[in-house]
Design a protein around this ligand. Sequence first.
Ligand code: MOS
Length: 707
Amino acid sequence: MTARVDGPDKVTGRARYAVEHPADGAAYVWAVPSVIARGTIRSVDASRALALPGVLAVITPDNAPRLPGTGDPELALFQTRAVAYRGQFAAAVVAGTLEAAREAAGRVVIEYEQAAHDVTLTASHPGLYKPDFVNPRYETDTAVGDFDGAFAAAAVRVDATYRTPAEHNHPMEPHATVAVWHAGTLTVYDATQGPSRAAGQIAAVFGLEPGQVRVIAEHVGGGFGAKGMPRANVILAAMAARVTGRPVKFAVTRPQMFAVTGHRAPSIQRVRLGAGPDGRLTAVCHDVIDQTSTLKEFTEQSAVATRHMYAAPHRRTTHRVVRLDVPTPSWMRAPGECPGMFALESAMDELAAACGIDPVELRLRNEPAVHPETGQPFSSRHLAACLREGAARFGWAGRDPAPGVRREGRWLAGTGVAASTYPARAMPSQARVTVSPSGRYQVSIAAADIGTGARTALLAVAAEALGVPAAAIDLRIGDSALPPAMIAGGSMGTASWTWAVIKACGALRDQVRARDGAVPPGGLTAYADTAADIGALPAHARYAFGAQFAEVQVDADTGEVRVPRLLGVFAAGRIVSPAQARSQLIGGMTMGQSMALHEESAMDPQFGDYPNHDLAGYHIAAHADVQDIDAVWIDEKEPELGPAGAKGIGEVGIVGTAAAIAGAVCHATRIRVRDLPIRLDKLLRQSHDPDDSAVHPAAGRDRQIRL
Ligand code: MOS
């Protein structure tokens, strides 16, 4: 096991996160969020705030510097008086101390012209429409064959509607920025997943050339997608620094993160499966209903995994979205696949019960030879191997499929399984490698380590590619001044960055070899860009897969759910850094358990925002919730995705966990919870979901936790 190279810095506090960067004479920002969900800012009275000692400025729509780039309305801070959602920043105070800024923020008086708001997603909302595409740029709808005919004719049918709530990413480190202007150039220390992309986007907002903005993200305390793009905090810090002529620090508060830093939108998903008595699917349909804000269209691609998971000649997927007066949804770990696979994999579990077929066997029977919609070959696909390996390790053989028959004292016991998948991709990146005459190497790439262990993985890969010990290499990442690279997102970081690094290391070795090993006094430098390599990839289907197995215990009296065992088996190409990979995977599974049992941003229709907006009200799985959890992987050769053959593991770990747990809860209790999270009140209610559609009798009718 390779120890995490930044471990000592982190545990001793030497590692600096964005807002911890020292800045002489720094001023501090406190934002003033809007208290209406829709309407207009009529006036801002800053006089009582400005009267406080230490207050430097109050920035409002009246006096904010005009921003040349307003293409992203979430970043066009204070450029209009319109309010699009509750919690949107309406004004901000800049002061010499954080305390003064906070106190003054409470004295800013804003008069609003309030309009009626609509924050409630329903399956029959009149505003639902078909977007041109869904994230990141998938087709909105797909259809192959005759789904309706095949479904009507199927011997066994499942027709069920699943719901997932709004969820927030909540990295431990909030979104935070230190902004410093030097004449016309801007340097920001920012909590971001991608310094290169952020620099370009920030430059566009301020009307600067990309080279005039430098983004430094040395250590980042998690992101899970929320830090994949610059947020209001960067723009506000930079604006405040410009207004006051001082460096400015700004950290978004935890409650503010519920509004301005993105979240996973709630979903309503209808899944219909038609199969023969042998469980072979003939018809698959997945219809997704989603919401976005009035500011931006962001449609989660929740039906896309259904396009490649299982063979069936007749199939359809659709996405519809409605614009509501809510905060803008955004990327959250396995966007699309995570909520979508909760629905599909729950439906597969319901089909297994309806057919009387073991749920592992059901999935094996429906393995496609090629992508079932496009006909493209898979570059590598080992879902079946994951299911078999997982079943063997978990002790699945001999499982009694009967639901609600195992009880020890107060505890009802059950097990569940679900498949997992996530696209395997890489994006163009560049890297530079130098060697000095003394034999020291420097590897530079604008990658970001958001807590994943990217430093450790890249160092290991570079050492192998150069054929030198890792101790001979200085790795530089986390700075947009370095060769531009893909963000740490979409599970693409490792594949994208290792591709560029290995290519540059190979080029440097060629140079050294051509000189018979003699390094000139000025050293040697090699540069690599993978854009052409990635552009030349064959049009194949590339995905990581996995199988998740869960054991649950449900308290028959209280409905409390415990998860004594969680096992994930993954096929994700080469695992370049095993210790870090295991952490990532069990982290994803923990987040999946959290999604299954706890996470829910509750929308208050009256006020139009999330009242449980802190980590006391927004529940997440804590250490005591996670018991025997393990992630393993099978040996998989991925021949196409770059020289490391790594498929990426940041997101596949969360996919399917919630369905495995929901299936296990149903196996334990006979109660099929189709709307996450599986709160105990849903288990104690006799009939928890009046409008859901009936499926097989075992899970559909007898909804009593007491046996
Ligand atoms: Mo991930 S949600 O693409 O950072």
